[in-house]
Every structure is written in structure tokens, then in C-alpha cells.
Design a protein around this ligand. Sequence first.
Ligand code: AMP
Length: 222
Amino acid sequence: MVNHPPLHVVAFGRPGSGKSSLAERLGEAHGFAMVRTGVLLRDAVRQGDALGRQVEALLAAGRLVPDDLAYEVLARDLSALRHNRLLFDGFPRTLGQVPLMARLEQAVGFEIERYVEIAVSPDEALARMGGRRVCPTCAATYHLRKSPPKAEGVCDRDGTPLVGRADDAPEVLGVRQAVYDEHTGPVVEHYRRTAPDRFVAIDGEQPFEEVSRDLERALGLS
Ligand code: AMP
């Protein structure tokens, strides 16, 4: 097992920015443990546990779950965060979650070294949405045009038939953009302002390979 130097990253990007596909690629290539609140929350819904029952309708509507529940889904398995390379995809997502991230850093004993924004205009993001497919078994993300699976309709890793997401329904896509602008945009601005030496924005409108390369460079990984 390679012993990587510590690197803890938070990735931001509006729905349709390609953030999750980029994060996945980076995670696989550079040994990051992925921390994806969206995946953890959807798992809770699938399992039908108490948390899952509370958040199911909000997820399907493309609305954010309350800050304390977003924190709880992370904090209930702190051991998953004891890793010298973590990549947060989907947390913190509101200004109210900024101090909760600080609490998590304290509780686990790590520090975020980089905040990365995958910057894409709202129009481009909307145009890109809709082609996403996910693997219900391992949560791998594909895009029919940009990053299709090798064999049509099935996951490269485990052969599971790919599915769309409830919150990718056309009527929900606009809601998710608006939620990003209202709640997550201010978080990005917060870190851009308060942690300028740890913050980097990447042009997400370039071809996937170039964005991926810029991301690696920004993190000192290439
Ligand atoms: P994602 O897979 O990151 O797009 O997240 C899917 C959904 O999970 C979001 O639309 C929200 O309903 C919920 N969610 C994920 N992360 C958070 C968070 N940090 N705070 C509140 N809701 C979240």
C-alpha cells in the first residue's frame, strides 16, 4: 500500500459541473477515500433507517436536508474519515455547515488543505445535466456523452445495470441549480475569501481530460 502524504480536499461545483466524475477519477488515481454525503444519504434511504426516512422526500425533490442530518450521516462513522487522503464531495453545502466541517476536522483530527471549485456557468451546467447514470451497487457515476461506460448501460466495475437518479428528473434540475446558487455559492465565496491560500478555482468548461489535469496540478499531484 502506498503511503501518501496527507491531503484533505473539499470539492465544490454546481450540479452538472462534472464534480463527481472528476472526484471519482482523482480518488481512484491518487488514493483518496471519497466522502460523499449524497451517496451516504441515498444509502440511508435505501436501507430505510430512521435518518433515511427523514430525508427521503427532500432528496427526491432536490432540496437540501437539514444541516444537523447532513452532519450526522458523516459523524456516525468517524472511523471512515481516519484516512490521510480525504476528498469531500457534497459537504459543506450551506453556511450553516461551515462550522460543522470545522467540528468534524477537530473530532477526527485532520485539516482541509485545499478547497477546489469546478467553475461552470449556470447555462452550461443545465445543458450538461440529464445524461447522468449511476451504478446502484457501487455509486460510480457516468455520463452518456462525456464519460460513458465501456459497455452500454452497465457499470464498468461490477456489471450492474446503470440507472438515472430521481433528482435528475427534468423538473428537479432547475431546483437543484437554484439551491446551489442560494446555499452553496455563499460557502464557496466564504472559503475564497477566508482561505485564499488554500482555495483554487478550475475552469470546468474545458474538455473532461483537461479539467482533470488542471485538478491534479492544483492539488500538486502531477
Ligand atoms: P449529491 O449526490 O451531492 O448531488 O446529493 C444528493 C442530495 O443529497 C442533495 O440534492 C441533497 O438533497 C442531499 N445532500 C447531499 N449533501 C448534502 C449536504 N451537505 N447538506 C444537505 N443536503 C445534502
